[in-house]
Design a protein. Structure first.
Length: 273
């Protein structure tokens, strides 16, 4: 009797663990795409092994003067402008940065394609905002980059700027304007985008995209980078590769880096990228 009771407890414990494991599993691991909810589908496209969001500190092109009391003001509006003259001598000069948020998605993955198809069923309007690439050549890994939050100053800096009066050379109080900074891809033609992007693997292989395609408009705008699946006859991302990192360098040297963990990019029991 005691043995049976203990066996029953063990069986229940095993069932409980299995239930907890099912609850902990991601939707793409535990159910078919046809059963994904809108929230689950968007999550895969927004933050998952196939989508990486990155915060990038970007140079605004301005320099800030820091004063003895800790306040700051624009010292030079651009490298071509002369420095500003203050009634008080600054104690330090520093570069001004703004923060932008970007997403990089491994669009050639089957999980991503199924998520986009599912979102088309659930919410066509939301699907149009996902920057779906216009083509997915079989010989390419397609990585799509998009702007999530355009570059802007951080809240603390905005408050400082709006509450700090800086007297000019004749003593009049002035307030600085907000920095105006374009996203890291702005103004670059496709050939320039191609030259600034690299896919680096854990095996130290560095690959440039064969092509770059701009597509979509507004919130649905994206830039897709098409990297060859083979280089000199060898696979770009062979089995066992730990990671691959997409890097893009902007005109001012700002760098966007998105690292993908290949062992986590598994869909329906197979490597998926």
């Amino acid at each position: 009797m005691e043995t049976r009771r203990l066996g029953g407890v063990a069986l229940l414990a095993g069932a409980g663990c299995a239930a907890l494991a099912a609850l902990a599993a991601e939707p793409w691991e535990s159910k078919p795409a046809s059963a994904w909810t809108q929230e689950e589908t968007v999550e895969l496209l927004k933050k998952s092994p196939w989508t990486v969001q990155v915060e990038v500190l970007q140079l605004s092109g301005r320099q800030l003067a820091r004063f003895a009391n800790g306040t700051r003001a624009v010292y030079r509006s651009s490298p071509d402008y002369p420095p500003r003259v203050f009634s008080e001598e600054p104690v330090a000069i520093e570069m001004e940065y703004v923060r932008g948020i970007y997403a990089v998605r491994w669009s050639s993955a089957a999980a991503v394609q199924e998520a986009l198809a599912r979102l088309e069923e659930l919410s066509p309007v939301m699907k149009e905002m996902q920057a779906q690439p216009p083509e997915l050549p079989a010989d390419s890994y397609v990585l799509t980059a998009r702007v999530v939050t355009p570059p802007s100053e951080e809240t603390a800096r905005e408050l400082e700027r709006k509450t700090t009066q800086i007297p000019d050379q004749v003593g009049r109080p002035t307030y600085d304007e907000a920095p105006q900074v374009a996203d890291i891809f702005a103004g670059l033609i496709e050939e320039e985008l191609k030259g600034r992007a690299t896919l680096t693997t854990a095996r130290k292989l560095k690959v440039k995209p064969a092509r770059v395609v701009r597509h979509g408009i507004g919130t649905g705008e994206g830039i897709s980078f098409l990297f060859p699946r083979t280089v000199n006859g060898a696979p770009t991302v062979p089995p066992g590769t730990a990671w691959a990192e997409f890097t893009f360098e902007g005109r001012r040297g700002d760098k966007l880096k998105a690292r993908f963990k290949m062992k986590e990019m598994v869909y329906q029991g197979k490597a998926d990228y």
